[in-house]
Design a protein around this ligand. Structure first.
Ligand SMILES: NC(=O)c1ccc[n+]([C@@H]2O[C@H](COP(=O)([O-])OP(=O)(O)OC[C@H]3O[C@@H](n4cnc5c(N)ncnc54)[C@H](O)[C@@H]3O)[C@@H](O)[C@H]2O)c1
Ligand SMILES: [Zn+2]
Ligand SMILES: [Zn+2]
Length: 347
């Protein structure tokens, strides 16, 4: 089979590799019918993720068809159309049992293993461990081009942004950063009845998209960004400020927007310490949340996509085939210049 193999910083090749096979009785093999690229894949290619070593197949998102089933697998059969999520879960360890498979102990202490600790999904076939507890059947009325964004981006915006931020009916919500993850938060904020959703970004195309995804207001980042957003909230600030960029200044912006009693939900992956004005924040009863996505909201999101409440397909702006995967990476790497959000890659 062919797969996109990492060969050290800056090096990746679509090349021949040994076929994916069942290795444990709890495994299945899935033929990848649709995959995509995540910002994390770009971090790996920059050499930022030390656990990813030479020879690893990249990718942690897929929709595909089961082609081989281990002896212990009961819930899936050859021919089933399945969603392979970014997080793998054994279902039995202490973290899986408390609904936090992001820290599944059985698969290595972190639930994100595809394209990280084991071979990933940017390949013709992928081996899926703990298939019964990790895979999701895709309903007939959900297309591959919709389901693929439920593997990572949509659950991340929803779980780490909207749910952790505790968005409630009537709330005013600010989302700092309108990339795929910020847009996923914007797309799902309405499910909890936010009355106002303010998108904040430095990129005009992303702000236009944010309005299409359900934001009520769009604010371009400038020296007065905090005052501009506060002015949209009758001077009060927002109930929930979601951070979806990952820089110190964007988390500080989110912190400056939230009103007393509100929540800052940090989604961004930070690579450096962040200084926050705790001397002002403590007395305002501010909550600060953060975390790695669990993808446990996938069943909910699949229902909402199937019923038309979440137009997940809007995330995909560009399509490629496997042999164009280098072009897909180039477009995604320069997403802003290419007016791209997520890419859809198929055989
Ligand atoms: N917590 C998790 O489990 C998890 C999972 C996936 C991704 N993430 C993180 O979420 C963040 C967003 O991911 P993404 O894929 O949407 O990234 P992205 O690069 O597509 O989007 C980031 C957006 O932020 C905007 N931006 C850049 N600088 C800004 C600034 N100073 N002010 C306002 N906006 C600014 C960009 O224009 C872009 O639209 C990243 O940090 C990513 O690593 C976290
Ligand atoms: Zn990802
Ligand atoms: Zn587990």
């Amino acid at each position: 089979m062919k797969a996109l193999v990492y060969h050290g910083p800056g090096e990746k090749v679509w090349e021949d590799v040994p076929d994916a096979t069942v290795q444990e009785p709890t495994d299945v093999v899935v033929r990848v019918d649709t995959t995509t690229i995540c910002g994390t894949d770009l971090h790996i290619l920059q050499g930022d993720v030390a656990a990813v070593t030479d020879g690893r197949i990249l990718g942690h998102e897929a929709v595909g068809t089961v082609t081989e089933v281990g002896d212990a697998v009961r819930g899936f059969h050859v021919g089933d159309r399945v969603l392979v999520p970014a997080i793998t879960k054994c279902g039995r360890c202490a973290y899986c049992q408390r609904g936090m498979p992001s820290h599944c102990q059985t698969v290595g202490g972190i639930g994100w293993i595809f394209g990280h600790l084991i071979d990933g999904t940017q390949a013709e076939f992928v081996r899926v461990p703990y298939a019964d507890t990790s895979l999701y059947s895709v309903p007939d009325d959900v297309t591959n081009e919709q389901a693929i964004f439920l593997a990572d981006s949509l659950p991340t915006g929803y779980e780490v942004g909207v749910l952790a931020g505790n968005v409630r009916p009537g709330d005013t919500v600010a989302v700092v950063g309108a990339g795929a993850v910020g847009l996923a938060a914007i797309l799902t904020t309405g499910l909890w009845g936010a009355s106002k959703v303010i998108a904040i970004d430095s990129n005009k195309f992303r702000l236009t998209k944010a309005l299409e995804f359900g934001a009520t207001d769009a604010v371009e980042v400038g020296p007065d960004v905090v005052a501009d957003v506060i002015a949209l909230t009758d001077g009060l600030g927002v109930e929930v400020a979601i951070e979806a960029v990952g820089y110190p200044q964007t988390l500080r912006t989110a912190a400056s927007l939230v009103r007393p009693g509100g929540t800052i939900a940090n989604i961004g992956v930070h690579g450096a310490p962040v200084e926050l004005p705790m001397q002002d924040m403590w007395i305002q009863n501010i909550a600060l949340t953060m975390g790695l996505v669990d993808t446990v909201s996938i069943p909910t999101l699949l229902k909402m996509v199937a019923s038309g409440r979440i137009p997940a397909e809007k995330m995909g702006t560009h399509s490629f085939t496997f042999d164009q995967i280098d072009d897909a990476y180039d477009v995604f790497k320069n997403a802003a210049a290419n007016e791209a959000l997520k890419v859809v890659i198929t055989p």
